[in-house]
Design a protein around this ligand. Structure first.
Ligand code: ATP
Length: 305
C-alpha cells in the first residue's frame, strides 16, 4: 500500500472563469474577452499543488453525482491524487465558483458550495487511519468548521489550517489546534480583529493571533511575500516573493499552501520551506488559470541550486 503522506480535507469546485478588461462595478454589465471552465476549490487546489510537485496526496471531499463531479474525479486521478475518500453525492450539484479575472490580474469570486456542504464528520471518520498516518494534513474553511476541528484532533503530524474564507465569529479551537495557521492579509485582519493595510499591520495581526492561541501564524502578502511568527520564538520572519509579471493571481494562496505541505512532508526546514513556497507561488501567477498554473516538480530542481 502507498502511504499518502499529505492528506487534504476540503472543497472541490468547478471554476467558471470569465476574463474581462476590468472587474465590473455593482449592477454593471461589461463584455469579457474569454471564458474557460477549470477545476478549483481550495481543498482540491492545495492537494493538486502538492501532487504536481511530487507529493503522495489524498483528498477527502464530496462532489455531486453530475457531469462535473465525474469530470472532477477524473481530473484528480490524472493529477495523481488518491480519490478513495472523494464521495459522489446523489441529487446535489458539484460546487461551482464563478470567477472574473481582470487584465491586471485581480479577481472577483462567487461560490455555490453544493456537495461541499454535505461533507460530514463521517467522511473524516472513514479516512481516520490515513489522516493519522499523514505527515501533513491540510484544511481550509470552505467546508464546515466542525470537520476541520475533528481532522486536526486526529492529526498526529503537522496540520496546516488555511483560514479561508475568514470567519468573524469562530470556535477558538480553530486557532489553537493547527501547527500552522495560514491566512492572507484580509483574512488576518478578520481573524485578528484589526485593520491590515501594510506589512507592519500584518506583523501586528500575526502577534495578535499568537495571543489568541495560535501555535504559529503565516501571513501571505501577495507580491510582497509572506511573514511568519511562532509562539516558541516570538520573532517575525519576513520572506520576499520574486518580482514576476502577474498574469492571474487566482489560486496563488493555494499554490503556496500546497508547496508548503509538500516541502514539510519531505522534511524540509520550515523557514526554508516558506521561502521556497513564496517562489513556487510566484511562479504560478505568471500563468492563467488555477490548477493548470501550478508548477510541476521541475521547479524544485531550480530551487535546490
Ligand atoms: P488568492 O486568493 O489569489 O489565491 P491569496 O490572497 O490567498 O491568493 P496571496 O497572499 O495573494 O494569497 O499570495 C500567496 C503567495 O503567492 C504570496 O505569498 C506570494 O509568494 C505569491 N504571489 C502572489 N501574488 C504575487 C505577485 N504578484 N508577485 C509575486 N508573487 C506573488
Amino acid at each position: 500500500m502507498v502511504l499518502n503522506n499529505i492528506v487534504v480535507v476540503g472543497s472541490c469546485m468547478i471554476d467558471l472563469v470569465s476574463y474581462a478588461p476590468r472587474l465590473p462595478f455593482p449592477g454593471e454589465t461589461i463584455h469579457g474577452s474569454k471564458f474557460v471552465t477549470t477545476y478549483g476549490g481550495k481543498g482540491a487546489n492545495q492537494c493538486v499543488a502538492a501532487s504536481k510537485l511530487g507529493g503522495k496526496t489524498a483528498l477527502v471531499a464530496r462532489v455531486g453525482d453530475d457531469i462535473w463531479g465525474k469530470k472532477y474525479i477524473e481530473n484528480l486521478k490524472k493529477e495523481n491524487v488518491s480519490t478513495l475518500f472523494v464521495k459522489e453525492m446523489p441529487q446535489v450539484s458539484t460546487g461551482i465558483a464563478q470567477i472574473i479575472v481582470s487584465d491586471s490580474g485581480e479577481n472577483q469570486i462567487v461560490i455555490v458550495a453544493g456537495a461541499n456542504d454535505e461533507l460530514t464528520r463521517q467522511d473524516v471518520e472513514n479516512a481516520k487511519t490515513t489522516i493519522k498516518e499523514a505527515a501533513v494534513v491540510v484544511l481550509q474553511l470552505e467546508t464546515s468548521v466542525d470537520i476541520a476541528i475533528k481532522t486536526m484532533e486526529l492529526c498526529k503530524g503537522i496540520s496546516i489550517l488555511n483560514g479561508a474564507p475568514a470567519l468573524g465569529n469562530y470556535n477558538p479551537k480553530l486557532l489553537k489546534l493547527p501547527t500552522i495557521f495560514c491566512v492572507n492579509e484580509s483574512e488576518a485582519s478578520i481573524f485578528a480583529g484589526i485593520p491590515v493595510n501594510s506589512k507592519r499591520d500584518a506583523e501586528r495581526a500575526a502577534f495578535e493571533l499568537l495571543s489568541k492561541g495560535c501555535n504559529s501564524v503565516l501571513i501571505t502578502l501577495g507580491a510582497q511575500g509572506a511573514l511568519y511568527v511562532s509562539k516558541r520564538e516570538k520573532k517575525c520572519y519576513h520572506f520576499n516573493s520574486p518580482s514576476v509579471k502577474c498574469i492571474d493571481s487566482t489560486g496563488a494562496g493555494d499554490a503556496f499552501i500546497g508547496a508548503l505541505a509538500y516541502l514539510l512532508a519531505n522534511k524540509k526546514d520550515l523557514l526554508k520551506s516558506i521561502e521556497m513556497s513564496c517562489i513556487i507561488a510566484a511562479d504560478s501567477v505568471t500563468r492563467q488559470g488555477t490548477q493548470i498554473s501550478f508548477p510541476d516538480s521541475d521547479i524544485l530542481k531550480t530551487l535546490e541550486h
